[in-house]
Design a binder for this molecule. Structure first.
Ligand code: ADP
Ligand code: MG
Ligand code: MG
Length: 883
């Protein structure tokens, strides 16, 4: 079995598409090597080896070890160096690399192969003993942390003490001898803390490092990250063992990271940062503030430190050309890592760069214009769920800004909240319903849970590629990093700026688009949905088959949905109209009336209110289909609850409060969701359905007269399980239609249909379709009734189910394809057998969920309907499902 894939010297055994086996990093290193780019030679140990490792009590397959040694011999040949040798020693990096990128979540060890002897050889070779000892102490520190499980703080303390003792401010001031002494102290600390010596045998170092990187797949922060990002826990990671190149070999050496386009705006400009005389993670960690790659970038940031373009023109030119080559090869914006060793450029990583949704839009549209990708590819490049980032508010340009400080605009959008200084405080405040801005010196993967609940993030250190910046962009949270004029005083829980001190709990606003921190809570405006967004959505609209409607109960909802591109209303819940203002009183009178005459009197008062609502709705939706659902909820939802409410209603109805209380009690239900609701109400009290039908028809006539376009009316009867239920209610509606038509002298057209939200209705779809002209899958209730799980009570145990692995996803959020999905498929098929032109739609929460939308496409529904702000998501997801 092939456990190891080699790359380097202009060739590779793997390719970019082998990410499942080689991980993203390994597959792309292979691709770059075979493109002839300067990649230090190395090998990738497969994810299969990782799975083997976990299923065999954490030991490495012998066959794999043999293959590693063979590949190592090849690396020695290509580099002219030897692993563990005391002349020209070969050093290695041992790098994790999973199928999906998990930035900073797993471990990497650099400079492996150093020991007390090879360190001398390395210094001799390079003519730089200081460099060798610096590399050795880095190695010990990383190895002890990653492999031996010793916290890096131990080493930081030692180094701080040494610097203080020697009177140095910066690491760069330490001499070779001083580093040598630090190394001795490090090794001593390891023995003291662990009772075990730092291993001098290079092969031992290698095997243990490989095993540790495999193990890092299951470290807690990686597990959390995968849960958050829905990455399967059973993929495993690959390990890349690669020859080291050195960015810490003096002033002609450097290490850096870059995006081939601006990851925040999408602008087509090389965008990146580097550090001279530095190694590995110095850039990402935000330990020193890095320098710009380009002159343009330097000018924009107002820095006086020279750019790479200026400092290393040759390496920069080569780098720039490689970036262009990579971008056109992959057809996408790339995020790359590189190192310059004494003027010679080496590429260490490339992958599709993480970007904001706004940038993703711009890049996709630009790449179409550049002829690199097709419109369909562009559509598929955007994650539909990420579109809600674009719907983020920004600061109202008319308000005056009180600027407290500024940094780099790391992730766009603006948000306000109270200052908190730790992830724990953020989580706690959020749980209490307070909005927070997380303020840190810099963030690390341990802060993830706090970042997740924050409205915005601010750091005082770090660059555009720092942890905070990358994570915030991924989460769509506004973020400002490197706000150097501000200082966090953690002990006193204050943020200090020029002339002011902000305490924990004070309100601030972070503007991730301008990089500013503003005082107080600032008014926001909604974003514009034109430009790149408009073009891409137009392509999506052309590519999709299904219609996209909205669930809207109010004129505001309807207007918002139309501005987001809704093509009609798939669900108008009429009961919401009865909760507003004074209407609830009339509604209560109607429900509590003791006879039909009493009910009719109250209904007569409700009719004009309902009619005027519908006129407004129909006018907004002029010419588009509107599905109106008759009254659905259990009556008890409308009942007066407090004694005061009972007295008010009693007074209005000229009844004794005690008598009213008895009536309220009589209406009490043990299981209201399975009780007197839905079409059952219309059957008990047909006058309710008749009033609603009259309001609908009269409004339709009025709106048609006003707009000149007829309303495409669909009346939906809820909670039907029997065809006879639907027949009965439809007969009531038809009667009213005939009356209204006679009164207005106009013909009335409408479709009568039902929600499919009971398993019985799904099973009997072929019979129900004899009456119904459309079905709308009410997947909230259908999920509830199929599982027999009350959706109002599910929250108390669904999370436990998820934690224990009983179910993966909450079925009320992501459609249960296996069970509820089968019922939908079956109902669609049976219904259409009876009535070939049966209109099919979905109106549950799932109508706005991309995975569920894909399912709807497969089943062949005519449209999906979702809440207004999810309409753009549904349009895009429907297009992707159709492509
Ligand atoms: P991550 O997945 O966290 O980015 P990497 O495996 O990319 O981890 O390693 C982190 C950093 O270590 C890289 O950005 C690079 O600077 C440095 N590094 C990795 N491999 C090498 C190498 N062969 N030579 C020099 N530096 C390396
Ligand atoms: Mg990396
Ligand atoms: Mg329902």
């Amino acid at each position: 079995k092939q456990w190891v894939y080699r790359f380097g010297g202009g060739a590779a055994q793997g390719r970019a598409q082998d990410t499942a086996l080689l991980g993203g990093k390994g597959a792309n290193l292979a691709e770059m090597a075979s493109l002839g780019l300067p990649v230090p030679p190395g090998m990738t140990i497969t994810t299969e080896a990782c799975l083997w490792y976990f299923s065999h009590g954490k030991c490495l397959p012998d066959e794999m070890k043999e293959q590693v040694l063979e590949a190592l011999a090849e690396m020695e040949r290509l580099t002219g160096r030897n692993f563990g040798a005391i002349t020209k020693p070969l050093l290695l990096s041992v790098r994790s690399g999973a199928r999906a990128s998990m930035p900073g979540m797993m471990d990497t060890v650099l400079n492996l192969g150093l020991n007390d002897e090879t360190v001398q050889a390395l210094g001799h070779d390079a003519g730089d003993a200081r460099f060798a000892w610096d590399s050795y102490r880095r190695f010990i520190q990383m190895y002890a942390d990653v492999v031996m499980g010793l916290d890096h703080e131990v080493f930081e303390e030692i180094l701080e003490d040494e610097k203080a003792r020697l009177g140095h401010d910066y690491d760069t001031e330490l001499s070779a001898v001083e580093w040598q002494h630090v190394v001795a102290l490090y090794k001593q600390a390891i023995e003291e803390e662990l009772g075990e010596a730092f291993p001098q045998d290079c092969h031992t170092q290698l095997w243990r490092a490989i095993a540790a990187v495999f193990s890092s797949w299951n470290n807690p922060r990686a597990v959390t990250y995968r849960t958050l990002h829905k990455i399967p826990q059973n993929w495993g990671t690959a390990v890349n063992v690669q020859a080291m190149v050195f960015g810490n070999l003096g002033s002609t050496s450097a290490t850096g990271v870059a995006f081939t386009r601006n990851p925040s705006t999408g602008e087509k400009r090389l965008y990146g940062e580097f550090l001279v005389n530095a190694q590995g993670e110095d850039v990402v960690a935000g330990i020193r503030t890095p320098q710009s790659l380009t002159e343009e970038g330097r000018l924009a940031s107002g820095s006086d430190k020279p750019s790479m373009e200026k400092l290393m023109p040759e390496a920069f030119a080569e780098f720039k050309a490689i970036c262009e080559k990579l971008e056109s090869h992959y057809g996408d914006m790339q995020d790359v890592e590189f190192t310059v060793e004494r003027g010679k450029l080496w590429m260490l990583q490339t992958r599709a760069g993480k970007r904001t949704t706004r940038a993703a839009m711009k890049i996709a549209v630009d790449l179409v214009d550049e002829g690199v990708i097709t419109e369909e590819q562009a559509i598929c490049r955007i994650d539909p769920a990420s579109l809600d980032q674009l719907l983020h508010p920004t600061i109202d340009p008319r308000v005056e800004r009180v600027i407290l400080g500024s940094g780099l605009p790391a992730s766009p959008g603006a948000a306000s909240g109270e200052i908190v200084f730790t992830a724990e405080d953020a989580v706690e405040a959020e749980a209490e319903g307070r909005k927070v801005v997380l303020v840190r010196i810099e963030t690390s993967p341990e802060d993830i849970h706090g970042m997740h609940v924050a409205e915005a993030i601010l750091t005082t250190r770090g660059g555009m590629t720092s942890h905070a910046a990358v994570v915030a962009r991924g989460m769509g949270i506004p973020c400002v990093v490197g706000a150097g004029g501000l200082r966090v005083d953690l002990r006193n829980e204050v943020l200090i700026g020029p002339g002011f001190t902000l305490k924990r709990g004070e309100l601030v606003t972070v503007d991730g688009s301008s990089g500013q921190l503003l005082k107080g809570e600032v008014p926001m405006v909604q974003p514009e949905l034109s430009g790149d967004f408009g073009r891409l959505m137009a392509w999506a609209d052309a590519a999709r088959r299904m219609g996209v409607r909205t669930n809207a109960d109010t004129p505001q909802d309807a207007r918002a949905a139309r501005s987001y591109g809704a093509e009609g209303i798939g669900l108008c819940r009429t009961e919401h109209m009865f909760f507003e203002g004074a209407r609830i009183h009339v509604m209560r009178e109607m429900i509590l009336a003791e006879n039909e005459a009493g009910r009719r009197a109250a209904l007569d008062k409700l009719l004009p209110m309902q009619r005027s609502d519908f006129i407004e709705l129909f006018t907004i939706m002029s010419g588009l289909p509107v599905t109106i659902r008759l009254l659905d909820p259990p009556l008890h939802e409308f009942l007066p609850k407090t004694q005061q409410e009972i007295e008010e209603v009693a007074a209005a109805m000229e009844m004794e409060p005690a008598q009213l209380s008895r009536r309220v009690e009589a209406l009490h239900e043990f299981n209201p969701m399975l009780g007197h609701r839905g079409c059952r109400l219309a059957i008990s009290y047909p006058e309710i359905a008749q009033m609603q039908a009259r309001a609908i028809f009269e409004a339709a006539a009025a709106a048609a007269k006003e707009t000149g376009a007829p309303v495409e009316l669909e009346i939906m009867v809820p909670l039907v399980g029997l065809r006879s239920e639907l027949d009965y209610v439809k007969a009531c509606i038809d009667e009213v239609a005939a009356d209204v038509s006679r009164e207005t002298g106009l013909p009335i057209g409408y479709l009568a249909g039902t929600m499919i939200e009971l398993p019985r209705a799904a099973l009997r779809a072929h019979v129900i379709a004899e009456t119904a002209e459309f079905f709308s899958f009410g997947t909230n209730d259908l999920t509830q009734t199929t599982f027999g799980i009350s959706r109002d009570d599910a929250a108390s145990f669904i999370p436990t189910y998820q934690r224990k692995g009983i179910i993966e996803q909450d079925p009320f959020i992501s459609l249960d394809f296996d069970g509820v999905g089968e019922l939908i498929g079956l109902a669609a098929e049976r219904g259409r057998k009876t009535r070939a032109d049966l209109k099919l739609g979905i109106c549950g929460e799932h109508g706005g969920d991309p995975a569920s939308i894909r399912f709807c496409e497969e089943v062949g529904l005519n449209y999906v309907s979702c809440s207004p702000f999810r309409v753009p998501i549904a349009r895009l997801a429907a297009a992707q499902a159709a492509i």
